[in-house]
Design a protein around this ligand. Structure first.
Ligand code: 3HC
Length: 697
């Protein structure tokens, strides 16, 4: 990798202004560190220079270390960032940071090494290293507590959040805010400093209880995630050790985490999140349509949630329903949902009113005629959906996009029911649609590039992460989910209990296990689908009857107070139910399984390896564009732990060869359910993994 970037002297008076110039985010790669060290030495040696301002060219001050340098061999060239920052801090001439845009990570650490910080009032600052599975490694955990106190520093470092400059100013992190030219303000500020104040000077103290409180606060989120605890340890060191010992401790922890599986996984996710918006055959310049108005068909849970997503993004939307009572109910649910956000203090009443006013309920299809996009969110039936798009095709203006929110059906067949298949696309929102950030955007055979470009842009505007996928039953997320679910059902026939399977997957880092999730989603929909599929189900393949039996008992999950678990009135806490355990025992006996002890590691392997195998098939078939897109689907759609990088990245950390061997055995036991993907076999034979596959693609 060639190090890029430079540092330019942009003003050359008694206060010399050095600007980091390394687009797009002024990352502190080796070339920048070297250039800044040299320019500082020149300024220190120049008797005409009385003070120095460090600024950033372009969009921002600096987004921190160049993440692309991490984990590379050989390690990047000197000077290391901590040494550069020590040089800044040790200067006998005042050095002031002029912050605009963003100062993040190493960028903020550089600013903390300066003797004062002046910022544009709309800037944002923070130490997001924890979100990359590491801790600030260039003095941040030692200087920030000394500047703003251990408690505030802990919160900022452990949360990894960027905060507005106004808040940072109140905390004492920034010395001055300006609405004018930040460099002028920093120069003026530099002239007022007679003796440089060094942030790392002095000792600080803190009550031990603040560390426990923060640990507790992040414990649920941080389940199995190492960086938050490591950050707490580093800040604690700032309160217990001398400055020099503290710096050494911070560096030791930073280097320990830098190449951990979790840090590699989180770097992978960071780049995957940016890659996912790029579609190889659709250049950035591709024309996209302007979405000024939207229409939704169907005012149920999905339709209402999708309408709210549009309204939240400032796009007026009409919802069409055929039944007056259903429309009234749907609109009431929307209002109640906004009102609950107001009650929780997440939304102002004025904003609630503005959003509610953007949503018009209607019984007249003609009201959708001027919409730029209409999303159908009606009952999941091919006939019903085809009927709806056929009607929309007649009513909507010629250039309107017709989107279907199907989660399973063939988008090509739906498109063929219209005269504009190039304008038909799938937009698979996840429930609840106004909260979940994932959108699987389904590209049909005839969907035009312009339509794809429009939908991908729209996802971003709606605050969602759009992942482009191809047509198949269940698309990426649900197709992989089927493989996972199936094994969970088989495991309980063989000896596990729902609560044990759920606990093992929860411990792995998923927000909930498959049985608690099924109870939350409702068991009746899956039951209806299974009944429909029963006549065509391959008889030679293993089938678990337990879920059907539970539905036959009238237990449809949380909404009926019982499903795989039972629920107390008004509570969502799953309680293991002896009745279900009896049912499971009976089914095991009927099927001839001698129940055995199944450990948590086996549960994780049994559920996740077939899921990964299905992901490999999706890549082979071109349904998913790249392994990292699948990872994004699972992180945003199903809460797969970010620090494991998503299922395909996780597969590489486990070793594709061992997953392949596992699937070969499962194939022997379960036939088609376990058939290894050809791609999995290929990667296992080569001794490579999905990352190599992505690099080659
Ligand atoms: N290193 C390398 N590349 C980076 C980068 C970084 N620190 N930050 C952003 N980029 C790249 C992105 O990958 C993207 O590349 P692409 O155009 O090829 O896809 C490009 O810069 C633009 O980034 P965004 O699309 O994210 O731009 P936004 O304007 O939306 O967001 C931002 C700007 C808020 C600064 C966001 O980029 C961000 O959060 N960056 C990471 C900040 C961070 O985590 N810093 C800590 C780094 S670790 C560190 O400093 C260690 C130290 O303690 C020793």
């Amino acid at each position: 990798m060639t190090a890029t970037g430079s540092v330019t002297v942009i003003r050359n008076g008694p206060v010399r202004v050095l600007a980091i110039d390394n687009p797009p985010v002024n990352g502190l790669g080796a070339a920048v560190r070297k250039a800044l060290t040299e320019e500082l030495a020149t300024a220190f040696a120049d008797a005409d220079v009385e003070a120095i301002v460090i600024a950033g060219e372009g969009r921002m001050f600096c987004a921190g270390a160049d993440i692309r340098e991490f984990g590379k061999e050989p390690p990047p060239d000197a000077p290391a960032l901590p040494d550069l920052i020590h040089t800044v801090e040790a200067s006998t001439k005042p050095v002031v940071a002029a912050i605009h845009g963003v100062a993040a990570g190493g960028g903020l650490e550089l600013a903390l090494g300066c003797h004062a910080r002046v910022a544009a009032s709309d800037a944002r600052v923070g130490l997001p290293e924890v979100t990359l599975g590491i801790i600030p490694g260039a003095g941040g955990t030692q200087r920030l507590p000394r500047l703003i106190g251990a408690e505030a520093a802990l919160e900022l470092i452990v949360s990894g959040k960027l905060i507005p400059a106004t808040q940072a100013h109140r905390l004492g992190l920034l010395d001055e805010l300006t609405d004018g030219d930040v460099i002028d303000a920093a120069i003026a500020h530099a002239k007022t400093i007679s003796t440089p104040r060094r942030t790392s000077d002095g000792d600080i103290e803190a009550e031990g209880s603040i560390f426990d409180a923060v640990r507790k606060k992040f414990a649920k989120k941080a389940r199995g995630f190492e960086a938050p605890d490591a950050a707490i340890e580093a800040v604690r060191a700032a309160t217990e050790l001398s400055t020099q010992e503290g710096f050494a401790k911070e560096r030791e922890i930073f280097l320990r985490l830098l190449n951990s599986d979790q840090a590699r996984a989180l770097r992978h996710v960071f780049f995957a999140e940016r890659e996912v918006a790029k579609v190889p055959d659709i250049p950035k310049e591709t024309r996209s349509a302007e979405i000024r108005r939207a229409g939704i068909v169907g005012c149920g849970t999905m339709g209402g949630g999708i309408a709210m997503s549009f309204a939240d993004a400032g796009i007026p939307v009409s919802i069409l329903e055929s039944d007056d009572a259903a429309l009234k109910r749907g609109m009431e649910t929307i209002r109640a949902s906004y009102a609950s956000s107001v009650a929780k203090g997440r939304l102002s009443t004025t904003e609630m009113d503005a959003r509610v006013n953007r949503i018009q309920g209607t019984l007249e299809a003609s009201e959708l005629s001027d919409a730029d996009i209409v999303v159908e969110a009606v009952f999941e039936s091919m006939e019903v959906k085809k009927d709806v798009v056929r009607r929309l095709d007649e009513i909507c203006k010629d250039d309107a996009i017709l989107a279907t929110n199907t989660s399973t059906l063939d988008v090509n067949e739906i498109a063929a029911a219209t005269q504009r298949p190039e304008k038909v696309v799938g937009t698979h929102f996840f429930s609840p649609a106004h909260i979940m950030k994932l959108m699987e955007n389904v590209r049909g055979e005839k969907t035009s590039k312009e339509t794809v470009a429009t939908i991908m842009k729209l996802s971003k505007r709606l605050g969602k992460v759009g992942v482009l996928v191809g047509v198949c039953d269940g698309f990426v997320g649900n197709r992989m989910l089927y493989a996972y679910r199936r094994q969970a059902d088989f495991l309980i026939e063989e000896g596990a209990l729902p609560q044990q399977v759920d606990q093992a997957l929860y411990e792995f880092g998923l927000p909930m296990g498959p049985f608690a999730m099924a109870d939350l989603a409702g068991l009746d929909i899956g039951w209806a689908i299974r009944k429909r599929q029963a006549p065509t189900r391959p008889q030679e393949l293993r089938y678990s009857p337990i879920a059907d039996r539970i539905c036959e008992m009238g237990r449809f999950g949380q909404k009926t107070g019982a499903g795989w678990y039972r629920y107390e009135e008004g509570s969502r806490t799953p309680i293991p139910d002896p009745e279900i355990e009896k049912l499971i025992d009976n089914v095991s006996a009927e099927l001839g399984f001698e129940r055995r002890t199944i450990d948590d590691a086996e549960i994780v392997r049994r559920c996740l390896y077939p899921l990964i195998n299905e992901g490999a098939k999706l890549l082979e078939e071109g349904i998913a564009l790249r392994p990292s897109d699948i990872d994004i689907v699972w992180i945003y759609g199903y809460g797969f732990p970010r620090y494991r990088g998503g299922p395909m990245f996780y597969a590489d950390t486990v070793g594709v060869d061992s997953i392949y061997e596992f699937m070969v055995k499962l194939h022997e036991e379960q036939g088609a359910w376990g058939k290894p993907a050809a791609l999995l076999e290929k990667l296992a034979t080569e001794g490579t993994g999905f990352e190599d596959y992505a690099d080659r693609a």
